[in-house]
Write a protein that binds this ligand. Structure first.
Ligand code: NDP
Ligand code: OXD
Length: 310
């Protein structure tokens, strides 16, 4: 039985090598060279893979996302009925995301852009001292990624708040959940960090209404999915000063078209969906483990809850 890999050509061999290093007996096929459809027992896919195509494999037992997010696998037509989907939860994926969050919170908090502009103009001028302990950071989504970022921001001395679907208690984090919890958290968030999965419930969550609830001059960070942000609303909030700056790693569509206003906006800091990049060697153990579990009919790791959508 074989494992189908489907991702960008540039990383396909890295994935193959990482899986074979753990299990040299794996029969790995690189999409589109799947061979006989009945051979495929697991598909390990990234965003471009067409889910309808997976219906060709009658013995498919498992689909694995090559990232933490699974929105690309769940959108219509979705995975073949009855086939479980697993996502990645990984130490390095998590720590890289927290680095991105800390980098961008500190960039704005420490007035880095203003100091860079002063340096360029040879201006020696001290700006007001940032008040770390009075700064509140609201994190949308405190799962694998958000909870790690929350802990690290708390260690720096910020007041950290977290919003989740279900009620949740994390050390040092004020928890909020549900619709009322969202509004209450937003009203206190000097920084808003989005680390939610993209689901029908979270699409467009950063919009004119929610941005208006933030304290004036807040900063907005999004490294989750572009679909969480209503771009016109964010641009209007930047224009009015309601939002003082934004750091964006994800966009809709990707790549972001060259004529999009974000590219040249002075208050926008962008990265090209690179906040946290999956490292095949790091995630290979859980992928191989899941393939073995699927063969044996055992409980799978990091399973997606189809009802919740993530
Ligand atoms: P998790 O599933 O571990 O955590 C998701 C969090 O979001 C949970 O706290 C969950 O609540 C909360 N949540 C989900 N739906 C809702 C809702 N309707 N209302 C309130 N809270 C909700 O995901 P990860 O932390 O692993 O990843 C988050 C996302 O980050 C991924 O889905 C992906 O899109 C993105 N990502 C981006 C990367 C990049 O490089 N830019 C890299 C990796 C991931 P609860 O705790 O109650 O379940
Ligand atoms: C992911 C991503 O979901 O890279 O892991 O966006």
């Amino acid at each position: 039985m074989a494992v189908l890999l489907s991702t960008k050509a540039s990383v396909m061999q890295d994935w193959k090598r990482a899986l074979l290093a753990l299990d040299p007996g794996l029969d790995i096929r690189l999409f589109p060279d799947a061979g006989a459809p009945e051979d495929i027992e697991a598909a390990v896919c990234w965003t471009a893979h067409d889910m309808a195509e997976l219906r060709r494999y009658p013995n498919l037992k498992l689909i694995v996302s090559m990232g933490a997010g699974v929105d690309h696998l769940l959108r219509p037509p979705g995975p073949p009925p009855g086939i479980p989907v697993a996502r990645l939860v990984d130490r390095l994926l998590t720590s890289a995301m927290s680095e991105w969050v800390l980098l961008n919170v500190l960039r704005f908090h420490r007035q880095d852009q203003a100091y860079r502009a002063q340096q360029a103009a040879r201006v020696w001028d001290e700006l007001p001292a940032p008040a770390t302990e009075a700064t509140r950071i609201g994190i949308l989504g405190v799962g694998a990624l958000g909870s790690d970022a929350a802990g690290k921001l708390g260690a720096l001395g910020f007041q950290v708040m977290g919003w989740s679907r279900r009620e949740k208690t994390l050390p040092g984090v004020r928890g909020f959940h549900g619709a009322a919890g969202l509004d209450a958290m937003l009203a206190q968030s000097n920084f808003l960090v989005c680390l939610l999965p993209l689901t029908p419930d979270t699409r467009g969550i950063i919009n004119a209404r929610t941005l208006a609830l933030l304290p004036r001059g807040a900063f907005v960070l999004n490294a989750a999915r572009g679909g969480h942000v209503v771009d016109a609303a964010l641009l209007a909030a930047l224009e009015s000063g309601q939002v003082a700056g934004t750091a964006l790693d994800v966009f809709e569509p990707e790549p972001l078209p060259a004529d999009h206003p974000y590219w040249a906006h002075p208050k926008v800091v962008m990265t090209p969906h690179a906040a946290s990049i999956t490292i095949p060697e790091s995630v290979a153990p859980q992928v191989v483990d899941n393939i073995r579990r699927a063969r044996r009919g055992e409980t799978l790791l990091n399973l997606v809850d189809f009802a919740a959508g993530y």
